[in-house]
Write a protein that binds this ligand. Structure first.
Ligand code: GAL
Length: 418
């Protein structure tokens, strides 16, 4: 009896010892603080805690992560990097060049990332051939979110072209509904701008003007039309848009105060968190003219070099968890995005997600899959910032002409793109 008790105690102690030796802390920088975002990141926290690790939440509020990136820079400069930070697109390369990111090849190899990720996405997560970041999802940016009740009240129909968009906006306005819910940060302006550019100019124009930053395309009749259309959208927003957060704009559509919002599918996370049902309480339609194209935004976590072995282990467990099928499913069900891991069943996902997944594949085949500039997927952060500034100046300053805006855009691209 005594022996048994002792061995049970020893076994328990041994087990505890092992857990303690392995348990580390993961500090994770992110900006997921809205309703849907917070629910999604809670799933990551839970999966780390289930492995016995301590989750240190490093949340910096602010859509699209502008504030988060500023805080991250000062932390890394002072030699106190978190284990992981929400960093994506070309910024991953910029951070890797600083020599501060950790090599995740062991995790990637053990879990077959090369086979489970689309090659173009995997390449973006590697620096000099080595994985330095783990991806969580694919967001589609070129969507319109609409309130069917509001549309019914206005006798309007969901738009597929920009002409139809303005017809619907006019009808909503007449019915006393704010046609377009919009917010006040420059990334929100650019989210709208890039959807207009894609819908009016098509994927080839989008790539040439906004990804390759071709000066002639920036000062072209197509860009003129894009800017004119973009500015017309503003006339259907309300006076309180400046300074408003994106999720509060989504809330206006949820409540029926506004008819529609041009936003990526993290907006769906807000509808779902509010208990709304897709296809019934809200509708998702591709941004006008862009149904056959797809603006992608892949969220990923870059992993920073750490000294403590237990924390390194926790960091590797985090990277492993992020790419696991269980996490990819539950996270994306909450986030509004689709799994980035290939070959996942989408049975539990709604029609918006299924459309997104099908369009991701078909646009990739057709060459109309394009990276989002607004969400840091396309151009170096310096060019992105300069372009966003010009587009927002144009949006906010009713005296700025289209010609001036085009000149400024071309200058912004030229002075920063190398
Ligand atoms: C995006 C990010 C999304 C979503 C959005 C609003 O840049 O990729 O995951 O969080 O910002 O915060």
């Amino acid at each position: 009896m005594t022996m048994t008790r002792i061995s049970v105690a020893l076994a328990a102690a041994g087990l505890m010892g092992a857990t303690l030796a392995q348990a580390g802390e993961v500090e994770v920088l992110h900006w997921w603080t809205s309703g849907g975002e917070a629910k999604a990141v809670a799933e990551l926290k839970a999966s780390m805690q289930a492995k016995g690790h301590t989750w240190k939440d490093f949340a910096v509020a602010g859509g699209a992560g502008d504030a988060a990136m500023t805080v991250l820079k000062s932390r890394v400069v002072s030699g106190n990097a978190p284990a992981a930070a929400q960093i994506k697109g070309p910024s991953i390369q910029e951070w890797a060049r600083e020599g501060v990111l950790a090599n995740m090849d062991d995790v990637a190899k053990a879990n077959k990332w090369d086979e489970l990720l689309p090659k173009a996405i995997a390449d973006g997560l590697k620096y000099q051939g080595h994985y330095v970041a783990a991806p969580v999802n694919v967001h589609r940016v070129n969507w319109v979110w609409a309130n069917p009740e509001a549309f019914k009240k206005a006798g309007a129909k969901l738009p597929t072209t920009w002409d139809e968009f303005f017809t619907a906006a006019e009808a909503l306005k007449k019915a006393g509904i704010i046609p377009v819910a919009h917010g006040g940060q420059n990334w929100q302006d650019f989210t709208t701008f890039e959807s207009v550019a894609l819908g009016i100019g098509g994927a080839d124009f989008y790539k040439k003007a906004l990804v390759q930053l071709d000066a002639a395309s920036m000062k072209s009749p197509t860009m003129e039309k894009v800017l004119t259309t973009f500015k017309k959208v503003k006339t259907y927003t309300d006076k309180n848009a400046p300074g408003r957060d994106w999720n509060l704009a989504t809330a206006m559509v949820i409540k029926g105060e506004a008819g529609m919002q041009l936003m990526g599918d993290w907006a769906k996370g807000e509808f779902l968190a509010a208990g709304k049902v897709p296809g019934k309480d809200f509708a998702c339609v591709p941004a006008p003219g862009s149904a056959k194209s797809y603006t992608y935004n892949v969220d990923s976590f870059a992993l920073f070099k750490l000294k403590d072995p237990a924390n390194q282990k926790a960091q590797q467990d985090l990277a492993t968890a992020i790419m696991s099928p269980e996490f990819q499913e539950v996270f994306n069900l909450n986030k509004g995005s689709i799994p980035v891991r290939l070959g996942m069943k989408l049975d539990k996902f709604d029609e918006c997600a299924k459309t997104s997944a099908a369009d991701f594949v078909s646009s990739s085949k057709a060459g109309t899959l394009v990276p989002s500039i607004a969400h840091g997927m396309a151009v170096p952060s310096a060019s992105e910032g300069a372009l966003k500034d010009v587009v927002s100046q144009f949006w906010n300053d009713d005296k700025m002409t289209v010609a001036t805006a085009m000149d400024k855009m071309a200058a912004a691209a030229k002075s920063k793109a190398h």
